[in-house]
Design a protein around this ligand. Structure first.
Ligand SMILES: C[S@@+](CC[C@H](N)C(=O)[O-])C[C@H]1O[C@@H](n2cnc3c(N)ncnc32)[C@H](O)[C@@H]1O
Length: 276
């Protein structure tokens, strides 16, 4: 009927508002009731990049991990970690819980023969954390990055990532950030795997692989695995994140015919410890 049409968008927007307000009220009410019984839940909005996990055969394995009771969460401020983490947060895209995993396993790897390495440095936050672990020890910290961001992803294997992401950095900025480190530091600027050339005889105790892409991850594994000492540890930063599933696929393929089993953590990382 003429005359009613202009009112429609207003009505629609009102209905939308009422709906979302009642959804929010229902959410708060359910949360409140469950909390009384000692339970809690959270709803995480899914980004487009994570949509891969929805409707796939693996969907149920991508649920957010939560415990009904409080769990020990040392990354919230346990003194020795807090001290090492100080100054790291503004320079990293790696969350505090994942940094705590790096810190603990890095400390364990101090007892293993060989150097430390990080592939995927970006602005240097996790490299700074590892340098603090190594302070006062006779191990070299090797850092590998293009400092030009990600190379071109494989459109089939890394469909959610783009060339050039993480390029807002430089080798000079990372050198300056780690300027207080009194140990041995080697920054290998350029594209993996060519930056491994000349390091054929090296041995490693700890490797942090944070390169996001299928090909980059596989290149790292092909170089580091044979050079990792028994008891040496590799941490994969993005193993559990759907947007970086190329990394998971590379890790799973690589270890499918090897004795080590990648251990997926609720942080999104995976760890592998080299067997003797
Ligand atoms: C997620 S960022 C690293 C984050 C960093 N660990 C932190 O603390 O925030 C990933 C990095 O991997 C690097 N990268 C990925 N593939 C590479 C390759 N083939 N060669 C060199 N660098 C690569 C990118 O340049 C980027 O800086």
């Amino acid at each position: 009927m003429p005359g009613r049409r202009p009112a429609l968008p207003v009505v629609r927007s009102l209905v939308r508002k009422v709906r979302s307000a009642s959804k929010a009220a229902a959410y708060r009410l359910t949360k409140g009731v469950l909390r009384r019984f000692g339970y809690d839940f959270e709803v995480f909005p899914r980004s487009k990049r994570d949509a891969h996990a929805v409707g796939s055969a693996d969907e149920r394995f991508y649920r957010e991990w939560r415990s009904p009771s409080p769990v020990w969460a040392p990354w919230r401020g346990e003194p020795d970690f807090r001290e090492a983490y100080d100054g790291v947060e503004p320079y990293t895209v790696v969350s505090g819980d994942r940094c705590q995993v790096l810190y603990r396993l890095g400390n364990q790897a101090l007892f293993v023969d060989g150097d430390f390495a990080e592939c995927g440095v970006y602005r240097g936050g996790t490299a700074l954390l590892l340098s603090k672990v190594l302070e006062g020890h006779e191990k070299t910290l090797h850092l590998f990055d293009s400092f030009e961001g990600l190379p071109a992803p494989d459109p089939e294997r890394d469909p959610d990532l783009e060339r050039g992401v993480f390029k807002a950095t430089s080798v000079q900025a990372v050198e300056a950030l780690l300027g207080g480190f009194s140990g041995s530091l080697r920054i290998h600027e350029g594209w993996i795997p060519s930056t491994f050339d000349g390091l054929e005889d090296s041995r490693f105790a700890f490797v942090h692989i944070d390169v996001d892409l299928y090909r980059s991850t596989l290149d790292c594994l092909e170089y580091f695995y044979p050079r990792l000492s028994a008891g040496g540890i590799v941490v994969f930063d993005d193993y559990g994140f759907p947007a970086a599933r190329g990394e998971k696929n590379a890790v799973d393929e690589f270890f499918s015919d090897r004795p080590e089993a990648p251990l997926a953590l609720p942080t999104g990382q995976a760890i592998v410890t080299k067997l003797p």
